[in-house]
Design a protein around this ligand. Sequence first.
Ligand code: 5AD
Ligand code: SF4
Length: 348
Amino acid sequence: MNLYEILHKKELTKEEIIFLLNLTDKSDQQKLFDRADEVRSIYCGDEVHLRGIIEFSNYCEQNCLYCGLREDNYKLTRYRMTPEEIIETAHVISNLGIYTIVLQSGEDNYYDTDLIAYIIYQIKQSTNAAITLSLGERGFDEYRTWKIAGADRYLLKHETASHKLYSVYHKKQKLEDRLSHLRFLKTNGYQIGSSNMIGLPMQTIEDISDDILLCKELDLDMAAFGPFIPSPDTPYQNKKAGDVDLTLRTMAAARIVLKKVYIPATTALATLDEAGRIKGLNAGANIVMLDLTPGHYRELYQIYTDKKCMSDNPLNYKDCFQLQIEALGRKISYSRSDSIKLTRQVTD
Ligand code: 5AD
Ligand code: SF4
């Protein structure tokens, strides 16, 4: 196969995506990253978009084999933030000039329909921020209520497009359900984010190629590809972490396939590689998710260990981050950053 031709095709086949994911020669890999960077610039512009995350509860009713928050991890100290603490943290984030607030938790039904609706409504009344919910699989009626209360987006990762692997990692859940939730959210006016983890046990390159094609089929507004990191006190604690270069190739191939989509340079990537964020931003990514959970809670949101966290002063962190972005010749967007599909005119 001819690399240049593939990198410039409008549509890629599964085999062509596999070819890109398998590029190990450093100069070929760089060509892939450079083309992804170019596609990102053409279709999405040069701005780096920020999201402020509040991880408001680390309770979870699920038991995903890879995740430190799984219900059966009795070693983890659990916490729940009060609605007042969550709303106050949202104000800190919007005062930093970050206008997307991601409310994230394990699947925790302690926060019922009305409580989440109240939190959304209060934040929307007092800030100009968009709200992304990342609460796992909840009821269809709840999604409807939260949309009316003011929620804008929903992040629900499909984790893997393989039905077989999905049922291994999630004993109680089915991939079809997850996909029907994502489709319901999209048809009910949410901007949706999803995608996979790279390097999960038993995953093949072919599976990753299917993940990228599934992202396309779902017409995602945001696709978050992050490496798997083994987490202590989980069944996968002794497994190997995902490969940084393979994660970057996945992000780059996804950028070329998906075009008008937000792709984050994830915290997981930054955890495995000091320069992970910058490498990601140079390989197709255009968002950074800043963890702005109050410090004493943040330490307990242990999806995996050694999570790359910001210092305790979010203001310092943001300034330092801004300098890094400017060094790349990019600038930070201080807008709500709604879906690129809705806001940019570039067509094929
Ligand atoms: N390594 C990396 N990412 C993980 N997640 C869960 N466990 C891990 C892990 N061990 C990600 C999943 C999930 C989100 C909450 O965190 O993609 O959707
Ligand atoms: Fe819970 Fe999400 Fe972790 Fe699964 S990945 S155990 S649903 S927090």
